[in-house]
Unconditional design. Structure first.
Length: 203
């Protein structure tokens, strides 16, 4: 998993509440277990009509936001069903940080496991960042995980909270597999001891 330390990037505004995981990545894109290529289905129903033709005006398709890596959005983002494809799709589209007043619990947890930083802030502070994000390509926001600070285009800073363990994992690029590999020496020692003491378990 790619580590997250400090990110300075264009922030895209998505002023919607209760954006569920089906809206983030509709069910027809869940037939793969690959984490690549899912950007095509990201927010599909907001970006394309029933014939698959692009709808005008969706923020991430606008020239100023096509390379946005930060998404500013409304409360309860990522609610609904527990599909890991939702953070996969965001990541495949280049989104590394989502800032909102609140998140769906499972989506929130899945973000950390896939290298995305979800930041919860009071609505008033999210509204300030949403206003900043309206500036298009000039809406450059810096998110510093080490200091737990967000710096807006005008230099103002906001502090955010994050669980220390999740912070450690993101800073060091550790997903569940990476955490297990950190203990590989202890695992090897345990298995060697078990083979000696209980050889019948090894066949």
């Amino acid at each position: 998993m790619e580590s997250f330390t400090k990110l300075s990037a264009t922030a895209a505004p998505l002023p919607m509440i209760n954006v569920d995981t089906d809206k983030i990545i509709p069910k027809q894109f869940l037939r793969t277990i690959k984490r690549t290529g899912l950007a095509e289905g990201l927010f599909y129903e907001m970006r394309f009509d029933e014939q698959g033709k692009p709808k005008p005006g969706f923020v991430l398709d606008e020239p100023a936001y096509r390379h946005a890596q930060i998404l500013i959005t409304g409360a309860n983002f990522g609610c609904g069903s527990s599909r890991e494809h939702a953070p996969w799709a965001l990541l495949d589209a280049g989104i590394r940080c989502v800032i909102a007043p609140s998140f769906g619990d499972i989506f929130y947890n899945n973000c950390f496991k896939n290298g995305i930083l979800p930041v919860e802030l009071p609505k008033a502070e999210v509204d300030l960042l949403m206003d900043d994000a309206q500036r298009g390509a000039n809406a450059v926001v810096t998110v510093d995980l080490e200091s737990q600070e967000i710096t807006g285009p005008d230099g103002g800073t906001l502090h955010f909270e994050v669980d220390p363990f999740r912070k450690h994992c993101l800073l060091n690029g550790l997903d569940d597999i990476g955490l297990s590999l950190e203990k590989v020496a202890k695992i090897d020692d345990y298995e060697a001891k078990q083979r000696l003491e209980q050889p019948w378990l090894s066949g």
